[in-house]
Design a protein around this ligand. Structure first.
Ligand code: TRP
Ligand code: SF4
Length: 400
């Protein structure tokens, strides 16, 4: 990974964050911000795609989320922290990209079908919801972000972004002369191969088909009648035919294992199995005390297996090697009870939450501090976004 590359990530403002957000995403943001130019965005327009009918808490949700980011250590001196709707270019680029994005690309994004099924009770068969991942593409491409730290579930959105960028560059980034030269070389492949090559090229560059790239490369390998120079030209034609106006980003998948919730499923607000970053000791401790354990361990005298226990998943994140060993031994031999096992965990989580509570305090007391951070972040983000949008409009010939 190159140093100092640009990074963008975002979250929909759903209010206060839980420990899963910290271990699954924000911890990673914090380490990235010292080595890269980072942009972290509250995706409020994305929140509207499913929450358009209940917007009264959107402002407070943004504040709560941003305060949590700050409490975790996202540093406004290192990163630009901003709200999506404050930077108008997001909406404008989304609109322009929507002109070149085939509907089928959006319909085949796996999260689309999943969500339509999951939210069957709700009217989300909307224009905006189908465009959700394209708006995300606009978020990323505006900053020419090289890396996008996201969870596994968002990888298909980054993939779509790559395809859209490629199509944009193909449509609007072609340089004069180069194409003719390359076409002349292509003819040397012989009529049949040349037309196959051209077909693959279009499939790759215009339709985003990666398999076509592989096939075209393969076809070039077999072209014995071409010189090295000619081969090089065709390869360049294949992969870099156009001027790069929008950068194809890469997903940076957070490699920390997902923090599991109180019931052993992924920790998520929609499963009501979360512990909040700034939840107080009393309530945290109550939640952990009633948390599910190995179902086979019914009585105190039954031995258990940590591998089947959600509590153990939390120990793996929070406890020292020594404590982990004590848990495994004690559980397997019924040497400790589940409440004994949970005590050091409650303590470790509370130590972490204490840090968050202390860090959040000044922001909670003075919302102006947050407002200023967001204003400053929007200003820095706008500077980059407006430059990209200008280039985009020039490329489309919309610069009159
Ligand atoms: N879709 C992301 C999520 O639900 C949030 C998001 C919006 C995002 N725009 C983004 C993430 C751009 C990364 C990059 O978590
Ligand atoms: Fe889970 Fe700990 Fe109980 Fe074993 S002792 S079942 S690891 S809570």
């Amino acid at each position: 990974m190159n140093n100092y590359s640009r990074i963008l990530s975002g979250m929909r403002p759903t209010g206060r964050l839980h420990l899963g957000h910290y271990h699954g995403a924000i911890k990673n943001w914090i380490s990235l911000q010292y080595e890269h130019e980072c942009y972290f965005m509250a995706a409020d327009i994305h929140a509207l795609t499913t929450g358009y009918d209940d917007t009264k808490n959107i402002a407070s949700n943004i504040y709560e989320m941003v305060i949590d980011w700050l409490a975790c250590g996202v540093d406004p001196a290192q990163s630009s922290i901003f709200v999506q709707s404050h930077v108008k270019e997001h909406a404008e680029l989304h609109l322009l990209l929507s002109m070149i994005t085939p509907l089928s690309w959006l319909e085949r994004v796996p999260t689309y079908k999943d969500m339509i099924e999951k939210l069957a009770h709700k009217e989300i068969d909307t224009y905006g919801f189908l465009g959700y991942p394209l708006l995300q593409s606009a978020d990323i491409l505006l900053y020419n972000a090289k890396y996008v730290p996201v969870g596994e579930d968002q990888v298909s959105h980054v993939e779509l972004t790559r395809e859209v960028a490629r199509r944009f560059n193909y449509l609007y980034g072609r340089e004069e002369g180069f194409e003719e030269k390359a076409l002349a070389t292509m003819r040397k492949l012989g009529a049949k191969k040349a037309s196959l090559y051209e077909e693959l090229l279009v499939k790759y560059q215009q339709d985003g088909d990666d398999e076509a790239l592989e096939k075209a490369r393969f076809l070039l390998q077999d072209a014995i009648n071409l010189s090295h120079g000619e081969l090089a030209r065709l390869s360049a034609f294949l992969e870099n035919k156009s001027r790069v106006i929008l950068t194809e980003p890469q997903a940076l998948i957070t490699n920390t294992p997902k923090l599991l919730g109180l019931d052993g499923q992924k920790m998520s607000k929609s499963y009501s199995n979360t512990i909040m970053l700034r939840e107080d000791l009393d309530s945290t401790s109550k939640k952990i005390k009633v948390m599910q354990t190995d179902p086979a361990r019914v009585r105190r005298t039954d031995s258990g297996d940590p591998a089947r226990c959600p509590v153990w998943q939390l120990h793996k994140v929070y406890s020292t090697d020594e404590v982990c060993k004590w848990v495994v031994d004690g559980c397997k031999t019924a040497g400790i009870g589940c409440l004994d096992c949970k005590a050091p965990l409650i303590e470790a989580i509370n130590i972490e939450q204490d840090k968050f509570r202390i860090n959040a305090e000044p922001f909670l007391n003075d919302h102006n501090m947050v407002r200023n951070i967001l204003a400053d972040g929007a200003e820095k983000a706008s500077a980059v976004a407006s430059r990209t949008l200008k280039e985009v409009k020039q490329a489309i010939n919309l610069d009159y």
